[in-house]
Design a protein around this ligand. Structure first.
Ligand SMILES: Cc1ncc(COP(=O)(O)O)c(C=O)c1O
Length: 363
């Protein structure tokens, strides 16, 4: 009898392991989570009531596919029900995409740095990541088009991009899509679309109607503030959507999660008013950081990107020491989620001190 456990698929070798950590004692003083691009507002009381009411049915399974939510999304966006896909967060839909469309040996082209799930889902499917560096913190559409070869099975576009907050805009994106062969799947990730204030913002729902190779993905995690409930959705050509639904985990969107999302659609005005506040606070925070001399890229999302290069880790660690938890991309920059006023005021007071230290060092 062999003493070693069965080996997982070789495709998993390049995927970072999630190692559960023992629970940490609560830290002293306030702590602000500005590292996951969460919505800083807790759920509206009416959403909480809806969640509580729905939890009374917790002994029942959800439907295999969340038909009521899919129907509500189809009606809201005036899209046939057969175009709607859902999953436990949009990351759940990425797994469906990997299972439905990627084979070992396929190439998946995407910009980098971008959403960290892209290399994971690509490798998980046994496909090969082809990463194309951003230019000016933005998707380099010419370089992405040049990276497409006969081996390319999918192109992933994050619009606006995580972690840099930049968008290429509708005109440039459409010109790029015209250069993508029709048999290459394009995944347009619009997780932050509601935070954009650009007149040239991409509308993936409209785009998917004209382009059968395009899937647009959205989420209730960010603008709708339901990250804990894990509800993502998207729209695609019916044949593509059917393939994705075949690969979905049955009952993957829970009953309470579905109700939370459905109810949120009925109070969307209140939720989008909060999004408006976040967008204003984002611009205010950027102005304050710029005034201190930090480089901050204009953002169409609920976070800011500071391209600090080798200074990224030191910046993030200094903030962490004051209870402000941000996300460092060592050698590239720091991503800071827009928090509430209290969190942002603390952040700005810490960065003011750091800026003074830097000035003193350089003089
Ligand atoms: C670009 C992008 N897509 C998708 C997601 C994940 O969304 P969800 O919570 O729906 O899985 C994130 C979360 O950070 C993201 O940044």
């Amino acid at each position: 009898m062999s003493s070693s456990p069965p080996a997982p698929r070789g495709a998993l070798d390049g995927i970072p392991a999630y190692v559960p950590k023992p629970p940490q004692p609560p830290s002293e003083g306030p702590s602000y989570r500005l590292f996951l691009n969460e919505n800083p507002y807790p759920p509206l009381p009416s959403v909480r009531d809806a969640v509580l009411a729905a939890s009374a049915g917790s002994n029942h399974y959800p439907e295999i596919f969340p038909t009521r939510l899919a129907g509500a999304l189809a009606a809201k966006y005036d899209v046939p029900l057969s175009h709607v896909v859902t999953g436990p967060g949009s990351v759940g839909i990425y797994q469906q995409i990997g299972q439905a469309f990627l084979e070992p040996g396929d190439d998946v082209v995407y910009a980098w740095p971008s959403f960290e799930a892209y290399p994971i889902m690509t490798r998980m499917a046994g496909a090969r990541p082809v990463e194309v560096r951003l230019r000016d913190h933005t998707h380099d559409l010419d370089a992405l088009a040049a990276a497409i070869t006969p081996r390319t099975r999918a192109v992933l576009l994050c619009e606006p991009n995580n972690p840099t907050g930049t968008a290429v805009g509708a005109k440039a994106l459409e010109a790029f899509l015209d250069r993508v062969p029709g048999d290459v799947l394009v995944v347009l990730d619009e997780a932050y679309v509601e935070f954009s204030r650009s007149e040239d913002a991409v509308d993936g729902v409209a785009l998917h109607r004209e382009r059968p190779n395009l899937i647009t993905l959205r989420t209730f995690s960010k603008a709708y503030g339901l990250a804990a409930w894990r509800v993502g959705y998207g729209f695609a050509d019916p044949a593509v959507a059917e393939a994705l639904r075949k690969c979905a985990v049955p009952c993957g969107v829970g009953r309470v999660a579905e109700e939370a999302a459905l109810f949120s659609l009925t109070v969307e005005d209140e939720l989008l008013a909060r999004v408006e506040e976040i967008a204003k606070e984002r611009d205010r925070l950027r102005d304050r950081l710029l005034a201190q001399g930090w480089p901050v890229v204009p953002s169409d999302t609920n976070f800011l990107w500071l391209p600090l290069g080798d200074g990224a880790d030191a910046f993030a660690h200094a903030l962490e020491a004051h209870g402000v938890l941000t996300r460092s991309f060592p050698g590239d920059g720091v991503r800071v989620t827009v928090g509430g006023r209290e969190a942002d005021d603390l952040l700005v007071s810490v960065t003011a001190g750091l800026a003074r230290e830097q000035d003193a060092d350089s003089s």
